[in-house]
Write a protein that binds this ligand. Sequence first.
Ligand SMILES: C[S@@+](CC[C@H](N)C(=O)[O-])C[C@H]1O[C@@H](n2cnc3c(N)ncnc32)[C@H](O)[C@@H]1O
Ligand SMILES: [Zn+2]
Length: 573
Amino acid sequence: MRMSSLAENDVCGTRENESCQTRDGDPSVIQEGKAEILIPESKNVFYNPVQEFNRDLSIAALTVLAKEHFQKLEEKKIEEVSNKTEMSNEIGGEVHKDGIVIIEALSATGLRSIRYAKEISGVKQVIANDISETAVKSIKENVTFNEVDSLVTVSHDDAVMLMYAHRHPSKRVHAVDLDPYGCPTQFLDAAVQCVTDGGLLLVTCTDMAVLAGNAPETCHAKYGAISLRTKACHEMGLRIILQCIETHANRYGRYIVPMLSVSADFYIRVFVKIYSGAAMCKRSTSKLSLVFQCVGCETHVFHPLGVAHKFGEKVNQYKFSLPHAPVNGVCEHCGQKFHIGGPIWNGPLHDESFVSELISITDPERFRTARRMEGVLTVIQEELPDVPLYYSVDKLFSTIRCEIMSMMLFRSALLNAGYRVSLSHASKYSIKTDAPANVVWDVVRTWQLSHPVKTERLSNAGSAILAKSPTTVVSLEKHPDANPNSRQMGLVRFQENPRPFWGPGTRAKTNFQDQKMEKSIRNQGKHSKKQRKRSRSHSKSPEIRKKNMTENISNSSDNNNLSEKDTEMKEDK
Ligand SMILES: C[S@@+](CC[C@H](N)C(=O)[O-])C[C@H]1O[C@@H](n2cnc3c(N)ncnc32)[C@H](O)[C@@H]1O
Ligand SMILES: [Zn+2]
């Protein structure tokens, strides 16, 4: 087998300056965690080193799942006064006959599956599947190279067919990992059926432009929800995929409980547990909301699809009703009309104890991205669990054309007024709060009394907001709780500046039984004109390409790509 060097072979969708770690003295082997991946001869197998954070997080999540699995087994055995079932090692790499079974439905090089096998204790079997013949060849080589043949079963199938083969309750698996190119929704119907009760479904979406409001019609076609152009687009994306998984699960009398929902780099990743229960499915309407977004000031108003009223002592004693429309046609703050987006998931994005468990196993000896994991998970731990979406401080002040207020002061003003406040891990300039929108606008109005507004460029919405006097007494004194622990601890809370060629990576030329995918045949030569045009207007400098890609992905609206230093400057103002 000929191995080509990394520099000449663009398997990562990246060339120089990327973080592919090749094994010491051997450029034909990529090392990530405990896995060593042979660099394939052709470009037909996908590998993206930027997703190491995604893989590290997934290993941590599955480690927690395996631990819970063995705890449950032990409880059962204690009840049955039988032998104890124990995890015999702490580090993975061994077959546990009572362990968890994981399907990696879209495996590419097999890297993820091999890491699951070698780095998670308590695994019985990992099924590494791909539709591409070339990918399957690469998985087989890598599985043997890593000596995990007893743990990893290689499968060459359409992911959907593989998962349908596991949908009978006796054949269900403990975890399913979906890490597709772009949108995962075509795999969800099968995935929600083949996970055991209490098992974990891990889903990545990299089609952020669709989820972030650039193509609401496409978003509806794919996810069954309208996306909106909003500063909170990354969290909105998380809530759209969660509602999509929930509605797929509901069709089979099943429902989701989100454990962790992460917006990172150019993608989102959700970790949800799946359970069965028709009564809980009826509560889904109260966990999904339409989102009314003011076109003038971007204030959000949520309209749940249903209301569940608890009565009686028993767990599932609920009555249901339909809610009345939440808005009267125009925005009460600025008088403009609304766009309607969603439905989105309106419940918690994370499970508190699951996140604490993850933080407790985030060890730099184990994960190369541990610092980032700890930072992001700590911000997630601080997020208000019951407040969907967030305000963006820069958007609030750009609406009234006024100098921006520091994050610290804004948080202080809301805390001083008696409300709760937090950041969202999805944006540096986010404010999550249970304060009503008129209180948030009163903070803005109070600030502008001592800071000049550029009235000549003020929009109708901005003028209408400033025409009202504040009704809340706003104190701009610094509040002791306004500085979150994650910030005081100096953690890596947000994504650092992207490296050149950062992005979802290049799609491998997927072949199945040596047939080129239909679409690629249809599109042959179609893009060359476009590309020529683009290359005239785009510089070839990696910095500019990186900037363009970043702007596209983040909907030209978020500030996630500013460095931590920039935020600190704003915060310390
Ligand atoms: C983004 S890559 C997966 C990357 C991998 N999970 C990792 O962490 O490196 C997507 C893979 O899905 C495969 N794929 C696409 N459609 C598929 C299908 N219907 N069934 C199985 N595999 C499929 C592609 O061949 C490709 O290898
Ligand atoms: Zn408005």
